[in-house]
Write a protein that binds this ligand. Structure first.
Ligand code: SIN
Length: 516
């Protein structure tokens, strides 16, 4: 029998950079954070290598950063969201530094900045070369552990959102310490991360399959841009799952993409070559691999002997599979890396449902458009996390929360796909809703999803798969990360997708009428 637990403050689902940033700013409200795994481990922010983008140099401005964000997003970035994000850049980096994140500094104390694709200049603050995510998360996790207003439940995860009869979110069903709890809270903040684990090849922790987006969709929230999944062009193509990332900063330092004959092939598609927008580089790498040319990242000249010191994470990944990037090119392939879509929010993190906020990768503020600018995600997690935390602190009273538990709508426990079905789904999504898509493939994928839906109705993975596949089918153009080989042109009308589960759910079989 599930137990009832009433929490008199924000309930934060997720403990990556977004969730913990929310919690750090909700003081003095008592804030409960659910961490599905041990704090600071398997969340995408902890795995980020490049760093955090912000206008930090004398040559840079938040306006220039916003312009690059708008350009990378291929016409559908929300300008207000981009301005909000980039205006907060310096403040966020300095705050993280104050918390103890040991950003690389020059001798004059200024930040060491890397150049990454589609940025007009060097703008990415880094830590220990490629250790940014790990170090930032460690500092933020330490601050959260020491904050008296924050309570963290580790190994706790939500399986559904609890609704009041008038359609507000009033908590979540939570699995914790072998028990199922109905946790009620005046506001729930979804910060559950992305969905790379739905793809066969991903750079994300494989347990991240977008559960937060599916739970919100089931509760009736508006979902934005689910078809926009970003593929990182240079995951190490060595048969590992998840695929180790070879950070874009390597290309920023001059590493080149070559085929097996040593020809720099991205230049054939874009004059900026390796530093072209990420979707263009990902498609070029994909094409080189499927046509048999092969795709390799060559850092032997640009980085060479400095590799272990400058890129320790990538070096360790290479070593584990017997590659020495100082002397030989690394085989690479695109991998699902970041979801631009998610729970639709405004710039305060408010979703379309009363009582539900969303932040970080599970949210879609509109700041990334069709293609996220590199290293904007850590900034978004921390900046919008701060905004949501402050919004909670300013709008919630500390009066006791008294939900009507008798009339609450409690979602059923969602079925879990057996491993073989999950693997088949991941293979199909990668194949048909990957770097290159078309109508025939997306319809094949939807048929596979429907077969599984008949057996596993309500599976969170299947809900997300359907949202992605159907929105990709409905978007008859190519824009940013969404490339349709049957509609290769950009439409003249830049539109975002806003949809609900009611508009996407499978048609239920017609009821059989009994004739009397
Ligand atoms: C990378 O280091 O290449 C990843 C950075 C990002 O995805 O923002």
């Amino acid at each position: 029998m599930p137990e009832t637990y009433i929490h008199n403050g924000p309930l934060v689902i997720g403990a990556g950079l977004a969730g913990l940033s929310v919690a750090l700013y909700t003081a003095p409200l008592k804030t409960l954070v659910l961490a599905p795994v041990a704090l600071g481990v398997a969340c995408s922010s902890a795995w980020a290598q490049g760093g955090i983008a912000a206008a930090l140099s004398d040559q840079d401005t938040p306006e220039a950063h916003a312009r690059d964000t708008l350009d990378a997003g291929a016409g559908i970035v929300d300008p207000l969201a981009a301005k909000t994000l980039t205006d907060m850049g310096r403040h966020v980096v300095e705050h993280l530094s104050d918390l103890g994140a040991p950003f690389d500094r020059n001798t004059d104390g200024s930040f060491v900045l890397n150049r990454e694709a589609a940025h007009g200049l060097a703008r990415v603050a880094r830590v220990g070369g490629d250790l940014a995510g790990k170090a930032i998360l460690a500092a933020v996790a330490e601050a959260a552990r020491n904050a008296p207003h924050i309570e963290i439940w580790e190994q706790a995860f939500a399986t559904g959102l609890i609704m009041s009869i008038d359609g507000a979110v009033i908590g979540a069903v939570v699995s914790f310490e072998g028990k199922t709890l109905h946790v009620y809270a005046p506001v729930t903040v979804m910060a559950s991360g992305g969905l790379g684990g739905l793809y066969a090849v991903t750079t994300n922790p494989p347990n991240l399959r977008g559960d937060g987006m599916a739970m919100a969709a089931l509760a009736g929230a508006v979902i934005a841009d689910p078809e926009f999944v970003q593929f990182h062009p240079t995951a190490l193509n060595v048969g590992l799952h998840p695929a180790p990332l070879a950070t874009e900063a390597l290309r920023g330092e001059g590493a080149t993409l070559i085929d097996k004959d040593g020809i720099r092939f991205v230049l054939e598609d874009h004059e900026d070559g390796e530093l072209a927008p990420r979707d263009i580089v990902a498609r070029a790498v994909h094409k080189a691999n499927v046509t048999g040319r092969g795709a390799f990242l060559d850092a032997t000249v640009a980085i060479g002997a400095h590799f272990p010191a400058e890129f320790p994470t990538v070096f360790a990944s290479c070593q584990s599979v017997g590659i020495d990037p100082r002397t030989e090119p690394m085989p690479v392939a695109p991998a699902a890396h970041y979801h631009m879509g998610g729970i639709s929010t405004d710039i305060h993190g408010r979703s379309s449902l009363k009582g539900l906020y969303a932040v970080g990768e599970c949210a879609s503020t509109g700041v990334h458009g069709a293609n996220r600018l590199a290293s904007n995600s850590l900034l978004e997690a921390a900046a919008f996390g701060e905004r949501v935390g402050l919004e909670c602190a300013q709008t919630l009273s500390d009066a006791p929360f008294t939900p009507d538990t008798a009339t609450a709508v409690i979602p059923a426990l969602p079925p879990t796909l057996p491993p073989e079905n999950l693997q088949a789904l991941r293979d199909a999504i990668s194949h048909y809703a990957g770097v290159v898509r078309d109508e025939t493939g997306l319809k094949t994928l939807l048929n596979q999803i429907e077969d599984l839906e008949n057996q596993y109705t309500g599976s969170l993975a299947l809900i997300n798969a359907r949202l992605i596949a159907l929105s990709a089918l409905r978007r008859k153009e190519s824009r940013g990360s969404h490339y349709r080989s049957d509609f290769p042109q950009l439409s003249d009308t830049p539109l975002r997708t806003f949809t609900t589960w009611a508009q996407c759910r499978p048609k239920l079989p017609e009821p059989q009428l009994e004739i009397i």
